[in-house]
Design a protein around this ligand. Structure first.
Ligand SMILES: C[S@@+](CC[C@H](N)C(=O)[O-])C[C@H]1O[C@@H](n2cnc3c(N)ncnc32)[C@H](O)[C@@H]1O
Length: 262
């Protein structure tokens, strides 16, 4: 029988991990939530099972340890080939779905799909197919597993490509949660974030502006570009595209950028 021992519990909860991480580990290893463990206690045997994961999670993201990430209503496979989808990105999907519905947008392209989180969510929660690319062939392999496991193979079409290079025709919506850490900021990222692919994290202001100029050429007359971005990039976008509209994320930070073609 599990028994309550506050000393034992402290050794878990004082491990510099977030509530989310501890709960993630307990659910994966014991099938029990942190709340359940707090109420009913934990046995020494259970603690022995959990300990190595708690230790590993101090240095490594839980999502890579368990090869699993949650995004909206999806359970995705993730490994070191892809960025771990962030919860603030879930709001990007809301913005895209709203726009698709209000404006009747049809041709939808996601650049830099990574695990496929955004493309799969839009295609399965909405009623339009989504084309999605990534420069990393490893990322496209991961996205392809996720497309199949979420039953979206008839709605999400993946390909490897550099930005819009391999893309023909005009699009109603081009989305990119682009790498938005500047090269000079990279060294100050927490070690756990640096485990993620550098190409998913780091880019320059000029690279993004080049992309936006290309994207304008690939938009239909009613088209939009929708980005997830960060403060220095947003500042630069506003200089080059003053008509861009900004939306905040769930933490109140300026995060999403919408640029209409016309
Ligand atoms: C911030 S991650 C976003 C991943 C995923 N869409 C998400 O939201 O979780 C940026 C993605 O862009 C991809 N990427 C970086 N440079 C690229 C390029 N030049 N062309 C296409 N994709 C690129 C990276 O491989 C990475 O998957």
């Amino acid at each position: 029988m599990p028994y309550f021992n506050s000393g034992i519990l402290d050794s878990i909860t004082n491990a510099d991990l977030s509530y989310y991480e501890i709960n993630f580990i307990l659910l994966e290893v014991l099938g029990r939530s942190l709340e359940d463990v707090r109420i009913k206690g934990i046995s020494p045997q259970e603690l022995e099972k959990v300990k190595p994961y708690i230790e590993a999670a101090r240095r490594y993201p839980v999502e890579y340890i368990f090869r699993k990430a949650f995004f909206r209503n999806l359970v995705l496979y993730v490994d070191e080939r892809v960025l771990i989808p962030r919860n603030e990105t879930e709001h990007l999907v809301d913005i895209a779905l709203r726009l698709i519905g209000e404006r009747g947008l049809e041709r939808i392209l996601e650049v830099g799909t990574g695990s496929g989180a955004i493309a799969i969510s839009i295609a399965t929660e909405g009623d339009r197919p989504v084309f999605a690319s990534d420069l990393s062939s490893g990322a496209i392999q991961v996205a392809s597993m996720n497309v199949r496991s979420s039953g979206a193979a008839d709605r999400v079409f993946l390909f490897v490509g550099d930005r819009l290079e391999a893309v023909g025709g005009k699009w109603d919506l081009i989305i990119w949660n682009h790498p938005y850490v500047l090269p000079e900021e990279y060294h100050s990222l927490p070690p756990k974030v640096k485990v993620e692919p550098e190409m998913a994290l780091v880019s320059t202001l000029d690279t993004l502006i080049e992309f936006l100029k290309e994207a304008m050429e690939h938009l239909s007359d009613r088209g939009f570009v929708l980005l997830e971005s960060s403060r220095p990039f947003i500042r630069r976008i506003m200089e080059d595209f003053p008509r861009a509209r900004i939306e905040r994320d769930i933490y109140g930070m300026e995060r999403f950028v919408l640029i209409e073609r016309r």
